[in-house]
Design a protein. Structure first.
Length: 427
């Protein structure tokens, strides 16, 4: 059986950062904890816990609660509960998707304090897009009285193949980006540490740290919009693969013969069957066959692609039979891909985001039926299938989770900048 990543720390002084990481992760996972319970969870001595908690309290990172846990104790001193102060520090999350940049300021638990969005044309050079992104981050921090030294760091979740070590967006076919040094460009402009990874992996990390995946041993997060990707969590850690390419579920071949060409150079990929462009292409064909039908009527009232996709789902919810059949087939193809994923990874949780959660009522029944029917033995029955905890905010929260996980929780050190709360306004 897969062993969960331990929270255990080590008592020697030279291992202080590891001990601090263990304590931080315990607070994040369990919420309110007494010093005694912290010692039990981390394996650290009571003296070490007392010293670490004192340092965290002095930095304004934890607070003692008024009432003891589990009621009054009849013998001995009551165990005073402690909790992390989420407002004591913040991170910036940047979700880079096709045509859109979404930016959020979050607290230490990934809750959004403020956010903003901008559009970008796919013909605009990546460097120009990132310069405007940096300007928007600066404006967001200035508007909320958050000086740069009060921020843990910036996380960026970007579409396509990303090298998290170098912070380079190696290839994003749907963006038209190749070898874009996102980390270096933003760090030079902002003067803040920047962490970059694939956007769907970032969403998976957010679920593992702050959402439905906190207790999952093996979890897959599947996201569909312009493309289709997966983020994989094993033992509460991101699984990136040997070349940071794990999770490209959108390029599983579903139709080996006669499938539509994909931007990756192959044909018949899942992405050509269930992504937003695929659904809109098929919807146009359905509408052309019935120009007076419900779908055609809904599409005529829509303009931008987002509203056109919503129009497709609206027609299906209004009972348009051809649209319902087309979407059911999208769910069937997705279910095949997920059954293959279950057979390889044996996850206990699969979360769906993007258009899958936007149209959960229309797509999930076919996805679940196919998944459970096609997965090996009882593996399909054992997996839990749900939509994302964070809805349309999953990308921003995921990007912030990258910064928080890398630069705060895993770093195991208390930044000087979290000594006092820095934000007063929220939006």
């Amino acid at each position: 059986m897969l062993r969960r990543t331990t929270l255990s720390g080590s008592n020697p002084t030279r291992m202080k950062s590891q001990n601090m990481r263990a304590v931080l992760m315990a607070f994040l996972r369990h919420g309110e904890l007494s010093r005694a319970r912290l010692a039990e969870l981390t394996g650290l001595s009571s003296t070490t816990i007392t010293n670490l908690v004192a340092e965290m309290a002095a930095a304004g990172l934890v607070t003692e609660l008024a009432s003891p846990q589990n009621g009054s104790r009849s013998v001995g001193r009551p165990r005073t509960p402690l909790r992390l102060r989420p407002e004591a520090g913040h991170a910036v999350g940047v979700h880079v998707s096709v045509g859109h940049i979404r930016i959020a300021l979050t607290d230490l638990c990934g809750r959004i304090v403020a956010d903003r969005a901008l559009r970008h044309d796919l013909t605009t050079p990546a460097e120009t897009v990132l310069a405007e992104t940096a300007r928007q981050i600066e404006a967001l921090l200035a508007a909320h009285a958050a000086p740069p030294d009060s921020i843990v760091g910036v996380g960026v979740g970007a579409s396509g193949l990303v090298n998290p070590q170098s912070g380079v967006n190696v290839l994003a076919p749907n963006l038209g980006w190749r070898n874009v040094a996102i980390r270096d460009l933003l760090e030079q402009r902002l003067g803040l540490p920047v962490v970059v990874d694939n956007n769907v992996r970032a969403m998976a990390l957010a679920e593992a740290r702050f959402g439905a995946g906190r207790d999952a041993e093996v979890m897959a997060f599947i996201y569909a919009r312009i493309g289709v990707g997966a983020g994989i969590i094993v033992g509460q850690q991101l699984f990136r693969g040997s070349g940071a390419g794990a999770g490209e579920i959108g390029h599983i071949t579903i139709l080996p013969d006669g499938g539509e060409p994909c931007r990756c150079g192959n044909h018949g990929c899942l992405e050509t069957l269930v992504s937003e462009p695929a659904i809109l292409r098929l919807a146009a064909e359905v509408a052309a066959q019935a120009p007076d039908g419900l779908l055609a009527q809904h599409l005529r009232q829509a303009t931008a692609e987002e509203t056109r996709l919503a129009a497709v789902f609206a027609a299906a919810r209004a009972g348009d039979a051809p649209t319902l059949a087309m979407l059911e087939e999208r769910g069937h193809y997705t279910g095949i891909a997920l059954a293959n994923l279950v057979n390889v990874l044996n996850p206990n949780l699969i979360l769906l985001g993007g258009l899958f959660s936007q149209a959960a009522d229309l797509l999930l029944p076919a996805i679940e039926t196919t998944l459970r029917a096609r997965a090996f033995a009882d593996l399909g029955e054992a997996v839990q299938l749900r939509t994302t905890s964070f809805g349309a905010q999953a990308g921003m929260i995921g990007a912030a989770a990258l910064a928080l996980d890398t630069l705060f929780y895993s770093a195991g050190r208390v930044p000087h900048s979290v000594q006092t709360p820095v934000l007063q306004a929220t939006v």
